[in-house]
Write a protein that binds this ligand. Sequence first.
Ligand code: ADE
Length: 224
Amino acid sequence: MRIDVITVLPELLKSPFEASILKRAIEKGLVEVHFHNIRDYTDKSYNQVDDYQFGGGAGMVLMIEPIDKCISKLKSEREYDEVIYMTPDGETLNQKTANKFSLYENIIILCGHYKGVDQRVRDAFITKEISIGDYVLSGGELGAAVLCDTIIRLIPGVLSNETSALTDTFQDDLLAPPVYTRPAEYKGMKVPDILLSGNFPKIEAWREEEALKRTEKLRPDLLK
Ligand code: ADE
């Protein structure tokens, strides 16, 4: 898979890809992530990429021309499954969407900034608008990092134990059951006996039951 991220602040985005699971996925060649600075696509003085809103109002708006140039160049090089715009008024990201995106070959993620992008960018180039939650970030970069993380960990071969993504919270619309590790007893607090029994069918049944109980208690909305 290839992800092209278009942003005015690539430095805000790079560090999540330089550690741990995402770094290993890139090193193993399972995903390529490329950053494109919108400022590299402007002819204006001082590398200007934003301007005042028509009609007045506070806040700058990212201009269409440099974004058009960047997206058009990428699209001339390969086909994209989706051109995603990170914005608080987009569709809220969930596991189902992440699963779908993880099957794509090539995606573009455009990060908004300031007041956002000229509406004509959204109308002409964007195929999907994604929000990571009902709150406002200073820009789309941290949202794009969240989106990339949730997609990349689902690509086969990225997680060492392939089944572990399948048992994550939210797969099957259930929260994950509780997990324990050694010691079996700590300051009088014990691990449930069933997990030490070696009876794997029973352990599996216990996990399913606990996942259901936890979901009923903490996120009953998922069961509707
Ligand atoms: N940009 C600003 N706020 C955002 C959000 N909640 N999700 C995605 N992109 C954003």
